[in-house]
Design a protein. Structure first.
Ligand SMILES: [Zn+2]
Length: 238
């Protein structure tokens, strides 16, 4: 949207757009999100001034940069949005601590192992998440199901873990494995496996004490958890 400034005050455009309920994309200081662009989507396209030496009127123009062009809505982008992965299309405000199937791709089942409520204001710290990752992965890899486990890794939102298995692993066994792994972590008192500079990308960032506490809410929740409860829809009806 073109805007024309009468004066050049700081934040003028950003504050005014925010005030009318349409903050600039990427302007997280005034309520915009950084989902589409990592900076304020604000671009000076034309500037005119009087040259102080020659007295001539000078006008310079600059084309929209590519990152802003790419977020301007087009039909193509609407289509792209439709292809968002299944996990993002689940309303994350509706579900709390628990274990859920987020997607199935061929013979791979992806479970969301949710340790805290999404957008609940409390998240697992990075050091704790890191320690749980090492212990969870170690436990899973050493279990009888090792050949059926595809991946264990932390969610970037710090609310839990992704746990991917082959569909040859039953849902009952998947629940049991996560439960047993978290039980194992809650009682763990030895050196964290893989915790050296050679084996880990950030071996100093660990926190076993927090990890032992952070696994408890889900551990409690998984008591009596049934395969039907892995379906988000089951919880939506409740
Ligand atoms: Zn590590």
């Amino acid at each position: 949207m073109p805007t024309y400034l009468e004066t050049g005050r700081t934040h003028q455009i950003r504050v005014h757009f925010s005030y009318i309920g349409h903050p600039l994309a990427g302007d997280d200081l005034y309520g915009g999100t950084r989902c589409d662009i990592g900076r304020q989507a604000l671009h000076c396209g034309q500037l005119s001034f009087t040259d102080p030496i020659t007295g001539e009127e000078v006008t310079v123009r600059a084309e929209l940069p590519d990152d802003i062009k790419s977020i301007i809505k087009s039909d193509k982008q609407e289509e792209k949005k439709m292809e968002r992965i299944a996990s993002f299309s689940v309303d994350h405000t509706k579900f709390g601590v628990g274990m859920y199937i987020s997607r199935i791709d061929g013979d791979v089942i992806s479970y969301d192992v949710r340790m805290v409520k999404p957008n609940g204001g409390v998240y697992v710290s990075n050091p704790s998440l890191h320690t749980i990752e090492h212990l969870f992965a170690t436990y899973a890899r050493n279990s009888e199901f090792t050949d059926k486990i595809v991946y264990v890794g932390p969610m970037g939102c710090r609310t839990g873990f992704y746990f991917l298995t082959r569909d040859t692993m039953s849902k009952e066994d998947a629940i049991k494995l996560v439960k047993d792994a978290f039980e194992f972590i809650s009682k763990y008192d030895e050196a964290i496996p893989g915790c050296t500079a050679e084996e880990c990308g950030n071996y100093l960032e660990h926190d076993l004490e927090s990890a032992k506490k952070d696994v408890l809410p889900l551990l409690k929740k998984l008591d009596g958890y049934t395969p039907e409860m892995l379906d988000y829809a089951w919880h939506a009806d409740k």
